[in-house]
Design a protein around this ligand. Structure first.
Ligand SMILES: [Zn+2]
Length: 300
């Protein structure tokens, strides 16, 4: 008993941050957040991402192993705005114990966020779809890392500057590619309402089968609504998402064909999760480029 008390006292004495010389251990929820922290932290961070390719953050629950990965981290970064809907409690509990837990999207000026009526008063959490909006997470992430390791502040700020420049170029690329689709064909039909900011930023009409979160069920009525829209507008292609089962969008394709309108699945978009590590789509920039090229090719 005395031994245990001594061990706990020793743990309590540890500073909140990385041990000297060791990398900062960071645990992130989504791949997009992990990519952000890797870019800003550079050599100084060792990033663990909980949600891999194909994982839906709206439905994700922390496993026993995840709780360990969260507890051992020097700092935790997550998207916030209720994206990780089922992880709120555990993150709150860990923050209450004194760990730095940071929602990168929650310092974005609220007037820049969209709150569509179907979101029941919550802002749309899918901010990474508008590259300029995602850039606004950089200061929060940089500040969080500098709090853990003040001596590396200059390094983090330099890395942040380089990332900002890269994302500015990426945003210009998105604009340039999407204007090659004739305006009347710029209709993006997907499985869930993840692309709202994308549509707003790049002048694309966006229609989703499911609501803002995949936790809401879609019904026959939603399928009919989309079949009506796709047939009446003559939309040529609809898209599946890598983190949502394809059957919902396949139901729309079948419905359209039954009415004599041939629509194809234009490809798979990365929506709430990135691609495999080690592939171009396993990075934020690569994921965005993949989506843009897939959409342009199918709708042009
Ligand atoms: Zn989503």
């Amino acid at each position: 008993m005395r031994k245990l008390a001594a061990a706990l006292a020793a743990v309590a004495l540890l500073p909140n941050g990385a041990a000297a010389g060791e990398k900062i251990h960071v645990t992130c929820t989504t791949g997009m957040v992990g990519d952000l922290i890797e870019n800003i932290g550079g050599e100084r961070v060792d990033v663990t991402t909980l949600m891999g390719p194909g994982v839906d953050p709206h439905l994700y629950k922390a496993s026993q192993g995840d709780i360990g990965r969260l507890s051992r981290a020097d700092v935790i970064f997550y998207n916030g705005l209720f994206l990780e809907g089922k992880m709120g409690d555990i993150l709150e509990k860990i923050a209450k114990r004194g760990k730095l837990v940071i929602a990168v999207a929650e310092n974005i000026e609220p007037s820049l966020l969209a709150t569509p009526p179907e979101f029941q008063g919550h802002p749309d959490p899918h901010v990474w779809f508008d590259v300029e909006l995602w850039k606004l997470t950089i200061p929060t992430a940089t500040e969080g890392l500098a709090q853990i390791e003040p001596a590396s502040r200059d390094v983090f700020e330099r890395n942040a500057e380089a990332l900002r420049a890269e994302l500015t170029a990426l945003d210009a690329y998105c604009q340039e590619r999407l204007v090659t689709i004739p305006v009347e064909r710029r209709v993006l039909v997907t499985a869930h309402d993840a692309f709202g900011y994308f549509g707003r930023a790049y002048d694309v009409e966006v229609v989703g089968l499911q609501g803002i979160s995949t936790a809401s069920e879609y019904g026959l009525k939603d399928v009919h609504r989309l079949v009506d829209l796709v047939t009446s507008r003559g939309v040529k292609a609809v898209f599946v998402e890598s983190s949502v089962p394809p059957r919902s969008i396949e139901a729309v394709v079948e419905g359209c064909r039954a009415r004599g309108h041939d629509v194809v699945v234009g490809g798979s978009l990365f929506s709430d999760a990135m691609g495999e590590e080690g592939t171009p789509e396993g990075t934020y920039v690569g994921m965005v480029r993949h989506n843009i090229e897939t959409i342009v090719k199918a709708l042009q």
